[in-house]
Design a protein around this ligand. Sequence first.
Ligand code: C2E
Ligand code: MG
Ligand code: MG
Length: 637
Amino acid sequence: MRRPGTARAGSTREGAARRHRHASSELVFTPEELARVIGLQCLVGGALALVWALLPWNADAAWSPPVVGLAAVAGVIGLGMVVLGAVTTSARVLARAVHSCILSVQVLVAVGYAVTGETGSPILLFLLWTTAYAGILSRRARWGHVVSTALLISAASTTHAVAVDAAEVVVFLMSTIVVVTLVVSRSAERLHEAATHDALTGLPNRRVFYRRAGALLAGRRGSGGGVAVALLDLDRFKHVNDSYGHGAGDALLVELARRLEETLSADDLVVRLGGDEFAVLHGSSAAVDVDDLWARLSSAWAEPFELEGRRLYVDGSAGIAIAAPTDTPATLLRDADAAMYEAKAQGTGRRRVFDRSTSAQGHRLLRLETGLREAVAREELTLVYQPVLDLADGRATGVEGLLRWTSAELGIVGPDEFIPVAERCGMIGHLGLWVLGRAVADLASWRSEGLVDEDFSVAVNVSAYQLTPELPRQVAGLLEVHGVPTRNLALEVTESAIVAGGEPRAVLDALHAMGVTLLLDDFGTGHSSLTRLRELPLDVVKIDRSFVSGVSTAPEDRALVLGVVQLAHALGMRVIAEGIEHREQLEHLREAGCGAGQGYLLARPVPGADLVEALARASAACAPSPKEQPEAARVRT
Ligand code: C2E
Ligand code: MG
Ligand code: MG
């Protein structure tokens, strides 16, 4: 069994770079750019040679006319390269043209040097400008052109009368050319590395993915081989960052990159697309074996990660798209993304193969994510409020704020659909903060207008992902800015958010210590018992609608509600019943001693502007009939 890997950023980066340098033929300068630049060099070099040959004190020299001729040839070659760079897109043609151009310059310079003898040094400088460009194309080209320069210049220098002087010039010039070529090539390599590789993991980036996928798809067209893209995403990676710090998050990514590289075959390309998202481009001569691919991918996180002395188990999900004949790199990636969303929607550690017949759901999830990213800025979000009433006397004690999204593109989207998307794509913190800000601001204005009394509270739903160490500070800041007392704010959390312990627990403790009321939402839908939750700093338990709906018809539900109410009271917690739709339910809840409730029978969620009216209607609907009153007063705790 492999030992848990420890994160070594440097070695992975080098390994990845080594493996991919030879594999990626992407150039930091395109052949078109190189052709144009070298063409301009020839034009300028030719012009300078011309000026030099026509200088008054050189004009009468015997070598002047041939050099003028050579300069003219250089100009024509340069012009040709500039034109070629503008009209041809074939990388192969352009690369060959660049090599031929450099070789022609070498010949021209050698001839010029032979003709001018010792005075030819200015022409030799021309070589310095051109030979170095060969190194950008490839290592082989770099040394090939340096050798050809050396041979041509040595041959030209043998024609000189004073061979010793000429040898000095050749040695000096050649060493300068070697140094310049090395410097230029190295800089180009560094630029290439930065433009095509991810700085953290050293893996190739999206740009390389697009080029390689394009080439692979073009090569497979019509042939039987299979091409697939697997998009990988770590589950709850944000949690790792939030709990252990960004340093640990980075180390995890680096180690994961190393493991992915190790588990995949040489034909697969692993790239980091950003954040915790990786893509694997898989090309095989046979049909794609999805099970085998997933087995290899998931083995990358099968063993725990050792981060800064701590052992961490992580899971990942994958969306896999198998290329159809019409696919492009962009459509493949889009489909893999859609499949990944479907995988994530099913839970953690899942994989999903993109299926055209069910793709609509995946694409909708993608559109939801894209839309959500802009929803706040486009002011598409609103908060509606559902009154919460004291069941004993029908008094409105507060409201629950519920988020609504009217998307310009998708229409009205329910929170049950978009909240999970926001949680998965890391948007929930941003949305949650908007909700908190809106709710506190609205409560402040109702208070200042005298529409609600001093004790009236507003509750907002808080997702597990929002329980970060910054939350108490953010809440305190908002309350202070709007002048709202802490006790008037309530936060609703679900069981799953808090039973995990660890950091969320510490955040809840901090909020509770500040005086914020904490509600346990949807109680009964999770798996924990009230006794297990008793050590949590909770003030209120909200009984889920699924139990309330059966309270007047199913004896088991009635017994359950009664049990929850009694136990909650025994543990010093208050109870709110959710989703009261019928009068019989309300009466049974009263009988069971449930202190407060909300539901369509009393009031539907309404915009803040309609609150006063809704509160009045809800109170009227909730007011106990005179016959009920003594009973309710007797059982209420
Ligand atoms: P929840 O917190 O349990 O909210 C109660 C849901 O039940 C609301 O649905 C509400 O409109 C609905 N409801 C209330 N009374 C009745 C009733 O009598 N009958 C029926 N059938 N439904 C009733 P909504 O607004 O669609 O919210 C659904 C869930 O989305 C919420 O459940 C909550 O978990 C989540 N949510 C809403 N707003 C936010 C938010 O700002 N942040 C977070 N994290 N979650 C939110
Ligand atoms: Mg709620
Ligand atoms: Mg609820």
